[in-house]
Design a protein around this ligand. Structure first.
Ligand code: AMP
Length: 282
């Protein structure tokens, strides 16, 4: 695996690969890699000749009181994992390389309305940071295909929409949610969960599964389902950010006649904010 810290260095290698007709797959990450990330790398390797992974903890997508400074950075072990997973190029820029003109005057990419709800409602500016950095990374890597996890459902939907709206020549592919043995969705932020909380946090996934089962059984009282699930999470000792049923494509609130519904949830532990989701086709 070759490691690049500069845009110019990565571009030079990729230009050469492209001239040889090689297909490029791309997996953007913030590092602290777990098996969920590595599954994306393996998926990228199946349908591409060159797999590029980026590790960049993007300050632009973190709120002022969020965990940018304490986000786990595990560069050496990440490199080892990427090598074993079949990654060809790692792009690991620093803040100056990505934002040479500073953050405040950085041009932005905005995907309106869809980013105002769910995680966007409790993390103002977050998705603007995501769409901006992903656009920059797409322009740097110019991948044929980019792979994103369904774990971050809203992010995936926003990026698909951005790619469609801006006519980006990249195929956006999704990858299934990787989970721990008890069902907790893998996340770099799971390290913030305390030992006491750990057996209880599966309440989020269990609540989403309960809602999905109710809907499949014909229950259409969406508000009541959301409220009951939220109460269950509170009873387990956590604070609910949202439990919401959405149209899977638009992320509008689910309507009675929607055939594709996604149940999305976010809750706070003492030090982590956990998200999960489950899609249903009726
Ligand atoms: P992150 O490093 O958290 O920004 O995530 C980088 C990519 O990995 C994103 O596309 C995420 O959706 C994806 N990802 C993170 N956790 C998981 C998981 N448990 N299963 C599948 N994909 C994941």
């Amino acid at each position: 695996m070759k490691v690049f810290h500069t845009v110019a260095g990565l571009r030079e290698s990729l230009n050469k690969d492209r001239r040889e007709g090689l297909r490029v797959g791309f997996v953007p990450t913030m590092g602290n890699l777990h098996d969920g990330h590595l599954a994306l790398i393996k998926q990228a390797a199946e349908s591409n000749d060159i797999v590029v992974c980026s590790i960049f903890v993007n300050a632009l997508q973190f709120g002022l009181n969020e965990d940018w400074d304490k986000y786990p950075r595990t560069y050496e072990t990440d490199c080892e994992k990427l090598r074993n997973a079949g990654c060809n190029y790692l792009f690991h820029p620093d803040d100056i390389e990505m934002y040479p003109n500073g953050l405040d005057t950085q041009s932005r990419v905005i995907c309106p309305t869809m980013t105002d709800v769910l995680c966007g409602a409790s993390r103002p500016g977050h998705f603007e940071g995501v769409t901006t950095v992903v656009s920059k990374l797409f322009n740097i890597v110019q991948p044929d295909e980019a792979i994103f996890g369904i774990k971050d459902y809203q992010q995936l939907a926003v990026i698909r929409r951005m790619a469609e709206d801006l006519c980006l020549a990249v195929q956006i592919t999704s990858a299934p949610i990787h989970r721990e043995a008890d069902g907790l969705a893998m996340s770099s932020r799971n390290s913030y969960i305390t030992a006491e909380e750990r057996p209880l946090v599966t309440v989020l996934k269990d609540s989403l599964e309960w809602i999905a089962a109710e809907i499949k059984a014909g229950n259409r009282r969406f508000d009541a389902l959301e409220n009951t699930a939220a109460a269950r999470i509170v009873a387990a000792g956590f604070k609910v950010d949202y439990i919401t049923l959405c149209n899977s494509k638009t992320l509008d609130l689910a309507a009675d006649d929607d055939l594709e519904i996604t149940v999305l949830g976010a809750m706070f532990t003492q030090a982590a904010r956990l998200i999960d989701n489950l899609s249903i086709t009726l």
